[in-house]
Design a protein around this ligand. Structure first.
Ligand code: PEP
Ligand code: MN
Length: 363
């Protein structure tokens, strides 16, 4: 019995360490047949490493399907037995953890609505004290990197060694093209905080639809993510939750085939020397940009002195709108996006205001 548990642990570590790590399965476990058939069809693609399904579903509004509950766990265990795919489910309470462990779930994940709540994360962490199981932590629903980090640290503190991150996008107010905006700079910042930690992308919950899945998956690969978690269903249109974003196992298989898989490093000399030349150019340009920016701020300082002498306000909206409009039009011609120009100029403007503020309030 001891040897059997040990072998299973080694197996799951092999899967956990595979790159890219591909996880798929339905948003929710619905029926025994649905879980089994999904698992079998996913296994048949030969491209999926782990089966996912939500057993307890934290839904934003009451009245929606809130998960089949503990009775779905034997279905997952059966699917594992039939296909050899390790299984992962979402946990949000100590009871979820106990139930999942009882059915030999291989990997747990903490959902976005749980990561936001330190009480819940701590409860899950406490239930995992002394347990050796990999745990994936989704980003919180809103863009707060410290909450995401805090959840990881709570798990580390109870002794968990195998922790990974799932980027599932961040909610934004109003209609955007995404269900949850990817805000790529945030997972990239997390990668800097935890350089050795697995980071995978969840295009399903970022997109909220099927047609953008592939491009988001590709983008995450290009950014050196370690894998993907994508929802799949045997009858996507009739799924009990997240119907719009689910795809069949076969569609998933084709999508995975057509993605361009990249790796971070190569030893090919020609490529490396071309890359290093281009990087030198970039360093040079970045240097020049900083020098120019500092010159620009010195001019802003001078304007501040004039404004102070003449008692004029710092913020002059008309002038700023004029700069912005001109820059956006020029940026468009130069191949720079409207979004970039706006963010860039906003940052420059804030720095300029802060410089002038100092000058105007000098004793
Ligand atoms: C899910 O994975 O089905 C889920 C509920 O996702 P999230 O926690 O990212 O909303
Ligand atoms: Mn879902």
């Amino acid at each position: 019995m001891q040897t059997e548990t040990k072998t299973m642990k080694q197996d799951i570590m092999q899967v956990w360490n595979k790159r890219p790590l591909i996880i798929s399965g339905p948003c929710s476990a619905e029926t025994e047949e649905q879980v089994l058939e999904t698992a079998q069809r996913l296994a048949a693609t030969g491209r999926v490493d782990m089966l996912r399904a939500g057993i307890w579903k934290p839904r934003t509004k009451p009245g929606l399907f809130e998960g089949i509950g503990t009775k779905g766990l034997p279905w997952m265990a059966q699917a594992k037995k039939a296909t050899g795919l390790p299984i992962t489910v979402e946990v949000a309470t100590a009871k979820h953890v106990q139930d999942a462990l009882q059915f030999d779930v291989d990997v747990l994940w903490i959902g976005a609505r749980t990561t936001v709540n330190p009480f819940s994360v701590q409860e899950v962490a406490d239930a995992l004290r002394g347990v050796d199981i990999p745990v994936l932590v989704k980003n919180p629903v809103h863009p707060d990197l410290d909450l995401w980090t805090g959840a990881i640290e709570r798990l580390q503190k109870v002794g968990l060694k195998n922790i990974g991150m799932i980027h599932r996008g961040f909610s934004a107010y109003g209609n955007t093209e995404f269900r949850n905006a990817p805000m790529w700079h945030l997972p990239i910042a997390m990668k800097r905080r935890f350089p050795e930690m697995l980071l995978i992308c969840d295009p399903s919950h970022i997109c909220g639809n099927r047609h953008m899945l592939q491009s988001i998956a590709q983008k995450s690969i290009d950014l050196d993510f370690g894998g993907l978690i994508i929802e799949s269903h045997i009858d996507p249109d009739n799924a009990w939750s997240d119907a719009k974003q689910q795809i069949t196992p076969e569609t998933l298989g084709k999508m995975l085939d057509s993605l361009a898989w990249r790796h971070e490093n190569t030893s090919e000399q020609e490529f490396l020397s071309a890359l290093s030349k281009l990087r030198e150019q970039i360093n040079h340009i970045d240097d020049e940009l900083l020098t120019l920016m500092s010159q620009r701020m010195k001019i802003a300082d001078k304007i501040g002195e004039y404004k102070r002498a003449n008692s004029i306000t710092i913020l002059q909206t008309n002038r700023w709108n004029e700069i912005l409009e001109k820059a956006i039009a020029k940026g468009e011609k130069l191949g720079l996006s409207n979004e970039f120009i706006t963010k860039y100029l906003d940052a420059v403007h804030l720095e300029s205001i802060s410089h002038q503020n100092k000058i105007m309030n000098e004793e």
